[in-house]
Write a protein that binds this ligand. Structure first.
Ligand SMILES: Cc1cc2nc3c(=O)[nH]c(=O)nc-3n(C[C@H](O)[C@H](O)[C@H](O)COP(=O)(O)OP(=O)(O)OC[C@H]3O[C@@H](n4cnc5c(N)ncnc54)[C@H](O)[C@@H]3O)c2cc1C
Length: 473
């Protein structure tokens, strides 16, 4: 007779190393049934975006390969988690379900309901933290309230220090492989007509191996100069771990441990860990203020008069605003599913201040096009840039896209890569082609308004208009 298995429900924890739920499951000695459920009925607008579906497809393949190497098999099922789990319990006689916690408000509602229902049926449910250094409810200020200022939050985190144990892979897992799985290709997670994701695999290798390769590249080549180079979009200066972290192919604990093991920690380490800290802060905010993805954190922005203009929104989405650094960013996003952080800030400021389009429009576009789209990080950062978030940049701080381009992409490498129609312009005009002489434009083969758009708005006018709208709040 087959022993009933323990269900290990994978969600945003697509890895096998340092996976608390997997390790505790192994220790039970029960055969483990690894399960992934594709739930296309997420409430509200937050169904998984298109770029993330591409990532998920490849990450599931990778997880299945890693499980196979240990004698296991990933079971794929589509449908509502409640129904699928019920089916699998019945089909196998399993008595326990283990999972890693998710923190989106809709995930918390779902998991709380599932836990209650299954416990009533006598099923054992165990959940684990596998994706954050601190539980989002754990860090509190002196009044017992959540923090709203990053520096204070992170100081407290560092003083407290993350409490976790890194699990070493010592116990061998027994797997339950008798269940039928759906065929991943029938889920149609990757685009075909047209295959807009054809450039993604040049940059990304979804899965645990890919995550560790990125970590190693970063530690070996880029960490030392991270502080100086992290703002240069034309340079490989950041870790590019964001999609791997989002899908849980690597955990922040593993990254933290790598820093602890450095014998000579470079000054950049602190800056890098602070970025991991921002991720923790975004989750802290989302947990305390679950309306963060939909509504402004600062109530006074509720009545802000955002414009409604499909033409300018489309020009921004397609990278046709006439501001080279903005267009380069939006095209990098489309081609790779990722955008450099400095440029995310520039394009977000441009959307919300130069075009006066709402941050929610930008948030939605990023949600659909980023491979690292993450409810907490996306919402908190959009609100931060728009000026309506917690600890936000003040609304009147409006990025000048030309100066930002000149400062952070001084040689124009980034713009030349993503806006090739400008590649022959000299460095003096690569960030402001409208100021180039007719002769210079002619020589570079640029016809403004034809081969490259004229600026959608004039920076000075747009700035005045944004400030006026803010004054009217
Ligand atoms: C408008 C806007 C939207 C954003 N949307 C997302 C999103 O959906 N998903 C996402 O992961 N990041 C988002 N970010 C944050 C940041 O841009 C990315 O995390 C970063 O560019 C990822 O590249 P990296 O892994 O090379 O970063 P690194 O510089 O190597 O940083 C290491 C890790 O720290 C975390 N991190 C870095 N910066 C931030 C930040 N500002 N906020 C929160 N976490 C941070 C990420 O997990 C990142 O992988 C957004 C930023 C802006 C301005």
């Amino acid at each position: 007779m087959k022993t009933s298995p323990l269900i290990l429900w994978f969600r945003q924890d697509l890895r096998l190393q340092h996976h608390p739920a997997f390790e505790v499951a192994k220790a039970t000695g029960l055969p483990i049934l690894p399960l992934y459920i594709l739930d296309d009925d997420t409430p509200g607008p937050w169904k998984m975006g298109a770029a993330q579906r591409w990532w998920l497809h490849h990450s599931l393949l990778s997880l299945n390969k890693d499980l196979d190497a240990q004698g296991g098999k990933l079971i794929l099922r589509r449908g509502s988690p409640s129904r699928v789990l019920q089916d699998v319990l019945q089909e196998t006689g399993a008595q326990s379900i283990y999972w890693s916690r998710c923190y989106e408000p809709f995930s918390i509602v779902r998991d709380t309901g599932l836990k209650k229902d299954f416990i009533e049926q006598g099923i054992t449910i165990k959940s684990f933290n596998s994706s954050l250094l601190f539980e989002p409810w754990e860090i509190k200020n002196q009044q017992g309230q959540p923090y709203k200022i990053f520096t204070q939050f992170w100081k407290k985190c560092l003083a407290q220090g993350p409490r976790f144990s890194i699990f070493e892979n010592t116990t061998l897992a027994q797997f339950y492989t008798h269940l039928k799985s759906e065929d991943l290709t029938t889920w149609e997670l990757t685009p075909t007509h047209p295959n807009w994701a054809h450039g993604f695999s040049e940059l990304w290798q979804p899965g645990e191996d890919g995550a560790h390769q990125k970590l190693e590249i970063f530690f070996t080549h880029h960490l030392k100069e991270y502080k100086e180079t992290r703002n240069r979009p034309g340079y490989y200066g950041t870790s590019r771990l964001s999609p791997h972290l989002h899908f849980g192919e690597i955990s922040p604990h593993q990254i933290w441990r790598c820093f602890q093991q450095l014998t000579n920690s470079p000054p950049s380490s602190e800056s890098y860990l602070a970025e991991i800290g921002w991720r923790e802060f975004c989750y802290h905010l989302l947990y305390a203020f679950p309306s963060l993805p939909e509504r402004p954190f600062q109530k006074k922005f509720t009545d802000f008069q955002w414009k409604n203009n499909n033409d300018t929104l489309k020009a921004w989405q397609q990278g046709n605003t006439g501001y080279p650094i903005v267009d380069a960013g939006m095209r990098e996003l489309w081609h790779t599913g990722w955008m450099h952080n400095r440029v995310r800030m520039i394009v977000a400021s441009f959307l919300t201040k130069h075009l006066l389009l709402s941050w929610q429009e930008g948030e939605k576009w990023f949600w659909n096009t980023l491979v690292d789209a993450d409810l907490a990080n996306n919402a908190a950062n959009w609100q931060w840039i728009a000026g309506c978030g917690a600890d936000a940049a003040p609304y009147f701080r409006i990025f000048n896209p030309t100066l930002q381009g000149e400062k952070f992409d001084p040689q124009g490498d980034y713009v030349r890569r993503w806006v090739p129609e400008l590649k022959n312009l000299s460095n003096s005009f690569i960030h402001k082609p409208w100021q180039a002489s007719a002769a210079e434009l002619n020589q570079a083969g640029v016809i403004l308004g034809k081969t490259y758009p004229l600026p959608l708005v004039n920076h000075g006018d747009a700035r005045d208009r944004a400030l006026e709208s803010y004054r009217q709040l």
